[in-house]
Design a binder for this molecule. Structure first.
Ligand SMILES: O=C(O)c1cc(=O)[nH]c(=O)n1[C@@H]1O[C@H](COP(=O)(O)O)[C@@H](O)[C@H]1O
Length: 233
């Protein structure tokens, strides 16, 4: 299975994004999310795809099944490589979106967001009102099971939750893990954080890395350092 580092292009303009990409001489796996897309529109996706990079379109769809199914149809026409949905949208929402992808015959990987890596166990109990006898790992695992049952190919979670997901749902079920930091970096708003080497040990398929690369003084060197730590090459 291909493992890779996905760079989160969390910039507020196409100009800054393209300037960042000019530093690199290679094809990469890039994540385009709400910040850039809501500012620049879908053309930025088309432009970056044309450059030959792989794209994870991270819009975390979460709405009624009919709306998500139609939104999915529009998004997959962009020829992106990965898209995501909030598993909290429920079985019907996820299964209908998966059906749209199957019917369209496109090669896009649908994955589900479990519990955001910016959240803690305390928050799931105190804010989301999850029962006290369910801990965060169990909740993430239950969401992953629902995602698999709905036809998703994998989940977004913290690398900390990967071993149990792989054990229970199989090695083929993909784990895409943000909340990655080098030991010396600030955690910022992330709570469930691991280093690239730990993510490798824990068995993540993809790590998603934003600020540790984009805000680095030397993004190309940071990308290669992180890639080496994760792939162990
Ligand atoms: O779906 C995601 O990509 C995602 C899910 C999640 O639980 N946590 C999370 O941080 N992300 C995304 O991963 C990226 C992490 O960015 P950094 O914290 O800067 O490395 C951001 O673009 C987030 O939107």
């Amino acid at each position: 299975m291909a493992k890779d580092v996905i760079i989160a292009l969390d910039f507020d303009s196409s100009e800054k994004t393209l300037k960042f990409l000019e530093n690199f001489n290679e094809k990469m796996y890039l994540k385009i999310g709400m910040e850039l897309l809501y500012k620049e529109g879908l053309d930025v996706v088309r432009e970056i795809k044309k450059m030959g990079h792989k794209i994870f379109l991270d819009l975390k769809l979460h709405d009624i099944p009919n709306t998500v199914a139609h939104a999915t149809k529009s998004l997959i026409s962009l020829d992106v490589d990965m898209i995501n949905f909030h598993i909290a949208g429920g079985y019907q929402m996820l299964a209908q979106a998966v059906d749209v992808i199957k019917e369209s015959n496109v090669d896009v990987i649908p994955i589900g967001v479990t519990i955001l890596t910016s959240m803690t166990e305390e928050q799931i109990h105190n804010e989301l009102q999850i029962r006290e006898d369910i801990n965060l790992n169990e909740l993430v695992l239950d969401y992953a099971k629902l995602g698999k049952k709905s036809g998703l190919k994998g989940v977004v979670c913290s690398a900390l939750e990967v071993p149990e997901i792989k054990k229970q749902l199989g090695d083929e079920f993909l784990t895409v893990t943000p909340g990655i930091r080098l030991a010396e970096d600030s955690k910022d708003d992330q709570k469930r954080v691991v280093t690239p080497s730990d993510a490798r040990e824990l068995g993540s398929d993809y790590i998603v890395v934003g600020r540790s690369i984009t805000k680095s003084e030397d993004p190309v060197a940071s990308y290669h350092k992180i890639k080496k730590m994760f792939l162990g090459e």
